[in-house]
Design a binder for this molecule. Structure first.
Ligand code: CP
Length: 328
């Protein structure tokens, strides 16, 4: 088993083995995060740029922490105060960052395909931190990591993704990761937000919330993406909450060990009520914490590959045993 990708653009093109390589490495990096000294020298001398042209709290900060824990230099690009506001193109912006010695560019952009486009403009490694409604690969990796941590495996498990599927890059990346790792995926939402072509990705579709909850091991609730929707596709907040919002009452027939997830940010009282979001079944905070380890693993692997070191699993095992013995 090896890793040879210089970029992480999507999960559609990754094999199960490659996904498992990231998850296994992230397990070791999580241990680094639990130590008093939360740093390893893996990316010393490398420069990582967070090129976020859409808002973000969790993804941007956890990429920044991940890079810092790997001892890289980190630059956070602020779109609002950049020359993008003067009309500079994305290509010129990326090439400027590369001229400033960026080794890795992490991009979030409203256009699907922006990360792929960047790979044609620069030699640096590119990581997709969310492109339009296309993919958000590291979110799905941290979601898979959190589920496995909680219930041991995805093989044979039932995961229901509920909400705004049509406009969700999180849904698409989750579908690729979950199905490749052996889970059965049910998608649930209003007909306008759940196009029938999602059956082609191997998912079961339902517009009935009770059906999505019954027998599910995991519910992954998605944010209503008001910024991407046409006004006509959303039923209205009151109607959405009544039909698809998760509350204690709606969970009366759920499995007692049901795990509740949400990638954040939450619209409290719309996708999920506060009692459930903050309750014992919720792993929303664990998802955020696990994002750091997943992003450390991703950064480590793309840098290793771009340095011409196809990273073999034996090297990763050796790497993890070295770092396990670091300062506690
Ligand atoms: N889940 C997620 O991508 O959150 P942010 O938009 O805060 O990064």
């Amino acid at each position: 088993m090896s890793w040879s990708r210089k970029h992480l653009l999507d999960l559609e093109s990754l094999s199960r083995e490659e996904i498992e390589t990231i998850l296994n490495l992230a397990r070791n990096f999580k241990m680094v995060g639990e130590r008093r000294v939360k740093k390893v020298p893996s990316l010393t001398g490398k420069t990582v740029v967070n090129l976020f042209i859409e808002p973000s709290t969790r993804t941007r900060i956890s990429f920044e922490l991940a890079a810092k824990r790997l001892a890289a230099d980190v630059v956070n690009f602020s779109a609002e105060s950049s020359s993008l506001r003067k009309g500079e193109t994305l290509k010129d912006t990326a090439q400027t960052l590369e001229a400033l010695n960026a080794d890795v560019i992490i991009i979030r952009h409203s256009a699907s395909g922006a990360a792929q486009f960047l790979t044609r403009c620069v030699n640096a490694s590119v990581i997709n931190a969310g492109d339009g409604a296309h993919e958000h690969p590291t979110q799905a990796l941290l979601d898979a990591f959190t589920i496995i941590e909680k219930i041991g495996t995805l093989e044979g498990k039932k995961v229901s993704i509920i909400g705004d599927i049509a406009y969700s890059r999180v849904a698409r990346s989750n579908i690729w990761a979950l199905t490749k790792l052996g889970a059965s995926v049910t998608l649930c939402g209003p007909p306008t937000l759940l196009p029938s072509h999602f059956t082609r990705l191997g998912c079961r579709l339902t517009h009935n919330l009770d059906e999505a909850i019954e027998g599910a091991d995991v519910l992954n609730l998605l944010r209503i993406q008001h910024e991407r929707q046409l006004r006509t596709t959303f039923p209205g907040i009151g109607e959405y909450r009544t039909l698809f919002g998760i509350s204690q009452k709606k969970l009366e027939k759920a499995r007692p060990d049901l795990v509740i997830m949400h990638p954040g940010p939450i619209n409290r009282g719309v996708e999920i009520d506060a009692v459930t979001a903050d309750g014992p079944r919720s792993v929303i905070k664990e998802q955020v914490t696990n994002g750091i380890a997943i992003r450390m693993a991703t950064l480590f692997l793309v840098v290793a590959a771009s340095s011409g070191n196809s990273t073999h699993i034996e090297d990763l095992t050796a790497f993890s045993s070295i770092h396990k013995t670091g300062p506690a």
